[in-house]
Ligand binder design. Structure first.
Ligand code: ZN
Length: 459
């Protein structure tokens, strides 16, 4: 219905690199894999819902920041520490676990499933609000999907990460492989997850609560406290449905470790990871990710968790939002943002029209049509009428009329800023922030970089 109002062709200049163009523009249409993910998540495939990390970039701080911030002093780990971990939740048992932990005033770690988090976001909020650590345990725990090839595992991690980020505002950096890494992870899984900034945790002690259905509480207690004399213990338990006996055994497990002088702690990115060795009997024939795939997905991801990089604060149209390091790119002095993620955080919509291979953005009175195949941005909006290619000047008081860039013939030649405005990274459209905001009728007024953040202010 807005088609007729798309009139101003801005900046048809192409910037796509040959590689990005040839390998990615076809994938703008939902691929089989993306379509499968979309079917699972109920989301359009063409814009990745997750923020897809992009190509390798120059680290933001490397040029202008002379020194990196010093790491805060790491607190010393008490000599005897037990890390209680709960997998497969949240479920209706999680509230009971939380109240027991609260009663003892101790912190623990919950490796949750994205699917369960979607069903019970309020439990995720309760876990986070109580100060426990939330880790990523995949979306659906399906071994066949997760351990068939790395890209499927990765897809579930990122899908779950986005679900958790939308609930808590924080990305989980810790991962526990469903079933543990042994017999599942090869070196590629370990290497790529580490390169992407994640910390993988197996366990030292298994409570045995998932060995079969209905393991008695006494048996769980016995196994959960069979430490072999270790001082640092990551203890595996489950708070998924059916593990009522774990909840029953939990107070006694806690009492046991208290009596033995252990301190209770939640896992964190600085905790020394516990990882099983790689099995010699792994599934054969797993495809290795290509270097292009790794460049598109893995390389920049670690910036999401780099505490020395800066967030990007954006205020426009009376709305404030932020992108974390790794959610945006800086290249040649330009800030690039993932179109859909940013527009949605601003409160707008971005829809992919797969038949016409174009993206439509609506925010307030502003509208943009993006044709990634040709690198074209078409601007529409309030007060602008275009019929059958006829272009009428903007009314003087509309946002688009104010900046006066449209020219007599209604075509705005791409200035240096617009000339490189759209890029495809994997299946996602990225756009220069200035092009996006200007195009939507919110001209950028200020761009500044402080010690703490990038700041972009638009009208
Ligand atoms: Zn599990």
């Amino acid at each position: 219905m807005y088609r007729k109002s798309w009139i101003f062709v801005i900046a048809a200049a192409l910037w796509l690199t040959a590689a990005a163009f040839s390998s990615n523009n076809l994938s703008t249409a939902p691929s089989a894999q993306a379509a499968g993910q979309a079917a699972n998540s109920g989301q359009a495939a063409a814009f990745n819902q997750t923020i897809t990390p992009g190509r390798p970039i120059t680290p933001i701080n490397s040029v202008t920041s002379p020194t990196k911030l010093a790491d805060p002093a790491k607190p010393a780990v008490p000599s005897k520490t037990v890390y209680l971990t709960f997998d497969d939740g949240p479920s209706k048992l999680t509230a009971s676990v939380l109240s027991i932990l609260d009663r003892y005033q101790i912190k623990a770690t919950f490796f949750v499933l994205g699917q369960q988090a979607q069903r019970s976001p309020e439990l995720i909020r309760q876990i986070a609000d109580a100060g426990h650590t939330i880790g990523n345990h995949s979306y659906d725990h399906d071994y066949d999907k997760l351990y068939h090839n790395f890209s499927d595992f990765w897809g579930q991690i990122k899908q779950t990460e986005e679900i958790l980020r939308s609930i808590t505002g924080k990305r989980p950096q810790l991962i526990r492989a469903p079933g543990g890494t042994f017999g599942h992870f090869d070196q590629t899984y370990f290497d790529l997850l580490a390169q992407a900034g994640y910390k993988v945790f197996d366990w030292d002690v298994d409570s045995g609560d998932s060995e079969r259905k209905g393991v008695p509480a006494a048996e769980i207690l016995k196994k959960a406290t069979d430490t072999g004399g270790q001082d640092q213990i990551v203890l595996l338990m489950h708070d998924g449905s059916g593990h009522d006996n774990t909840v029953k055994a939990l107070p006694q497990i806690i009492e046991y470790y208290k009596d033995k002088g252990y301190t209770f702690s939640a896992l964190g990115p600085d905790t020394k990871p516990v990882q099983f060795p790689i099995s010699k009997h792994l599934p054969q024939g797993r495809p290795a990710p290509s270097s292009t795939w790794i460049a598109n997905h893995i390389t920049m991801n670690a910036a999401l968790f780099d505490r020395n990089l800066l967030p990007l604060e954006i205020s426009a149209g009376g709305v404030q939002t932020a992108l974390d390091p790794g959610e945006y790119e800086v290249e040649n002095g330009k800030l690039y943002v993932p179109l859909r993620a940013l527009v949605e955080r601003l409160g707008g919509t971005a829809d992919w029209d797969s038949a016409n291979r174009q993206a439509k953005v609506t925010w307030g009175y502003g509208q943009l049509l993006l044709l990634p195949g040709s690198g074209t941005v078409v601007r529409g909006g309030f007060g602008i009428v275009g019929v059958n290619g006829q272009i009428e000047p903007n009314p003087p008081n509309t946002p688009n009329g104010q900046n006066g860039r449209e020219g007599v013939e209604g075509l705005v030649a791409g200035g240096p800023e617009e000339g490189a405005s759209i890029r495809m990274i994997d299946d996602s459209i990225w756009i220069s922030l200035r092009s996006l905001l200007d195009g939507l009728g919110h001209p950028v007024l200020k761009v500044a970089k402080t010690d703490k953040q990038w700041e972009v202010k638009a009208s």
